[in-house]
Design a protein around this ligand. Sequence first.
Ligand code: TEU
Length: 547
Amino acid sequence: MTRNWWKESVIYQIYPRSFNDTKGDGIGDLQGIIQKLDYLKELGVDILWLSPIYQSPNDDNGYDISDYYRIMPEFGTMDDFDELLEQVHERDMRLIMDLVVNHTSDEHRWFRESRTSKNNPYRDFYYWRDTPPNNWQSIFGGPAWEYDEVTDAYYLHLFTKKQPDLNWENPKVRKEVYKMMRFWLDKGVDGFRMDVIPFISKRLDFPDADYSDFNKVIAEVYANGPRLHEFLQEMNREVLSRYDVMTVGEAPGVSPELANLYVGESRKELSMIFHFGHMFLDHGPGGKFDIQDWKLSEFKAVINTWDEAIGQEGWINIYLDNHDFPRLVSRWGNDDAYHEQSAKCLATLLMTLRGTPCIYQGTEIGMTNVAFDSFEHYRDVETLNMKAGWEKEGRDLDKLLKAVHRQGRDNVRTPMQWNDDPHAGFTSGEPWIKINPNYTKINVDDTLQDPDSIYYFYRQLMQIRKDHPSLIYGNYEMIDGNSEQVFAYRRWDEEGVFYIFLNFSEEKAEMVGSPDKGAFQLLCTNYEDEIMTEQLRPWEARIYRMV
Ligand code: TEU
């Protein structure tokens, strides 16, 4: 397997709006990120992924771009960006931008032009039809075809109606996208995270879809269109291949079988993808707010299947939360009785699977979900659209609020908790969204004072990963896949052999398949007393290394 800097790195995702505000307007900004670069360098991360910072009306918090060449004024100026990029590079870190090119904002010049008349030169930058050609639904609720009276026609939007889908069939669209990508790469940006990139090629026969299983529609109708790989190979040829950069494709709808079409080295498309296999385990047929139980054996099967599918040919990003999914310690761990142990156990998983790990801002200090007592405190368009839909259908809003507490995206968008000052040190103004009230207990300042904190455990794990490339490039094999308590696996190559045991439960658990004590030494555990009992304690993680 080829060795690359981006395989040996750890990514840290910054949601700029909620990271650090230096202007007192309650919104995070680029100078705020600059202020925290030493904190990130100390943590040990290598690549910073910024969620979109381009000009946007923020219908979807920046994932609705109105100008790809300008910085959102709330975040600062292009000079601030240039300073940020320079400061990141000075610390031998790298920075990747969020490339959102499946759609733009409806306030983008291209769309403002496109909607003025049926023969405007920009008309075919988007998908217009005189009547909706199918029953497609937006992922954020409601029909995916929006009527526009100016030309008495409908346009396609797979997300909000303020996010019209770009028509990639039009070579002028592709040319504009590639030009914009070169603009940022010529500034020295080190790559892109690509938003819903599997959606850019549409099935032009626009078949109806069966919404009894939304995730199936995403996989079989919205994603993996007929010209997708042609477009990605063209993008690689025209742009990416000319720079030493990395790309990570957000890959909803991509199955393990299709993975290496995107990331196989010989394909010359993307460096890696992050899949949604584990992320939809608790989504019922009605989607994320139709919550169903998940079993550890199912979770392990997903990890296994993907590792096998990628094999020696491709590469994936390893993540357990991001700005779209609940906080990992609340969703997969136990953010109450075993907050610290389970956060560290999950960190061990992140750092010892085969792939490039991604830490989402605040996860390194164990930030948790939040349960606002009313919809008025929520800001996410996905949540608010869902509430409007349930209200219209006369459904039980209390039931939805409970589902939002578990699955809502604002769980991960409450501001970073820097200290126990008012507003957690995030802002001197009124934050754009309420701070999680547990900031007095969970914050960076306190974490840095505690040598046994989750933060220092992440640092320890990242150092272990760097010291032992077998944990990056080595083979992976699960042990005892049927256990509903323990996730155990081996990592090995000619440089080393490692066993990892993770107890995903509140009970003691047998260490099935434990390595021969004589041949292995304990390298890391999340129980400070390090008295190694025969059984794993609740949420105990252990890494053994063959001596
Ligand atoms: O997300 C695409 C996507 O599939 C997610 O919307 C995910 O399925 C959903 O959030 C789960 O509820 C990307 C961005 O990450 C997301 O923030 C944007 O809202 C979306 O695309 C539109 O750009």
